[in-house]
Design a protein around this ligand. Sequence first.
Ligand SMILES: [Zn+2]
Length: 399
Amino acid sequence: MSFILFIPLAWLVLVAGLLLWYRRELLALWREPVLKHPVLIIESDDWGAGPVEPQAQALNRLVDLLTQFKDCTGRHPVMTLAIVLAVPDGPAIRATGRYHRITLEHPMFAPVLAAIERGRKAGVFALQLHGLEHYWPPALMAAEDPAVRAWLESDPPATTERLPAHLQSRWTDASVLPSRPLSAEEIARAVHEEVELFERVFGERPRVAVPPTFVWNEAVEAAWAREGIDVVVTPGLRSACRNAQGLPDCDAGPLHNGQRLSDMTYVVRDDYFEPQRGHTAERALHALQRKWAQGRPCLLELHRSNFLAGAETADRTYEEIDVLFRQALTRWPQLRFVTTAELLDRYAQREGALVETLIRRCAVAWRCRVSALRRFWRLARFSGLSLLIGPACARARTE
Ligand SMILES: [Zn+2]
């Protein structure tokens, strides 16, 4: 073979090999639905059981703030609330040495429930299931840390955020590290119990689950499916355990928006908007710009703790939310507000008003997604494959 022929042939083999090696990921990115308009959802976790007055005040103030904004269809911004349904009953645990809980059915939580209901009626809150507790009670009872014991026995309502991070996982036994898996029967019983309670408290069954600390496994998904839950919020992978250092591990993924496995559909939440940690509205707007360029929704994670960490942090959080929506609606007049469950329904139906059907536009979004795969894109640029795919995603789509 002549040298002139060898070079293009070798290049073709190299490029084909690269495509073959990454085929699963490239195809998954192609199958992921592409949005026709930018979508922004604030996903807020840990609401419900816990400090009463601070939560009720925060939720009411959020209703006042969010109802000031509307998208071009007349819809208010949606903040999903991942609900925790119970905290420990400290005095009962002290008296009996066994675990007891106080649930949202207790009259003490009436102001929190009233504020949640106000937001639901106004169309700014959508409820999702976080867990009956933000921990696995037997794991907490077995923990040897005296601070954990004192927390369990304190007067209610306790603040779950004060627990060590690894013990805030519900779907693994982290009383020892690495954590131990729970049995499928234990999980099924617990999921049934929490879905029933959720329905009693809020008059509807949850459809979307947000696993506490993003640690869960297939057995949990199977139990959710049996109780009618069909959407799981993920950070883009599934961690099934806590490792020896107490960090989430035993990962499976990557997971993509709209990806369906057995009876569950995944949605990805991997942008963070925690003013408590110095995150600003500008940072969130960059995330929205990047996600829109990729044809993806921007789900921003914002924990309850931002509103309970003192007046100064809470005030800054309201201000940043205000700037975020003001700026987002100015920069993207076609911005849409929907709930996470509605978004997944539109995905499933490939609903034309929100989900792109034009191949050419899907290809532009795919290129943006592909160029965000760091290792692949480095190799694509090195090999020249990127010239065939097209330029990297440098600018956001405009409408
Ligand atoms: Zn949480």
